[in-house]
Design a protein around this ligand. Structure first.
Ligand code: SF4
Length: 136
């Protein structure tokens, strides 16, 4: 029987977090599953890799049109210009969905400065944008 997409995504998440050095108890807490499930998913073979996402959601991404703007600042205080560009971007919601799905880290995505995509506050902001709201 083919592995369901949801199940395959969960296996990928567990493997990804494990590679990032996150322990089973923390993985369980972040994904809302038991640590026993984490161990079971870890033991399953990784599903076929998904194609690498593009660094932006396509031709309409405004960051393509502002190459001089730094979208990968190391500090939040240097992210203001990029966040302003994102606020006008027509594909901002798709960008937030990509960032949520692939645990992007480092830089500005969808108007959210991401230092750690596993932080609940960061994910809450990205989810708000993905749902058509604001990052505040
Ligand atoms: S929301 Fe920002 S980072 Fe995302 S595609 Fe648009 S300009 Fe680029």
């Amino acid at each position: 029987m083919a592995t369901s997409t949801v199940h395959a995504d969960r296996i990928r998440e567990v493997h990804l977090l494990t590679r990032q050095g996150v322990g089973p108890l923390d993985i369980a807490a972040r994904l809302g599953i038991t640590d026993r499930t984490v161990h079971r998913l870890r033991a399953e073979p990784q599903p076929e890799p998904q194609p690498e996402p593009q660094p932006d959601p396509g031709e309409r991404a405004l960051c393509r049109k502002f190459p001089h703007v730094n979208f990968t600042p190391n500090r939040r205080k240097d992210a203001t210009e990029a966040i302003t560009v994102c606020s006008w971007c027509p594909v901002r919601r798709d960008c937030a969905r990509l960032a949520l799905t692939y645990y992007y880290a480092g830089g500005v995505w969808a108007g959210v400065w991401i230092s750690d995509n596993h932080r609940p506050e960061t994910r809450r902001q990205l989810a708000a944008v993905a749902n058509g709201g604001d990052a505040r």
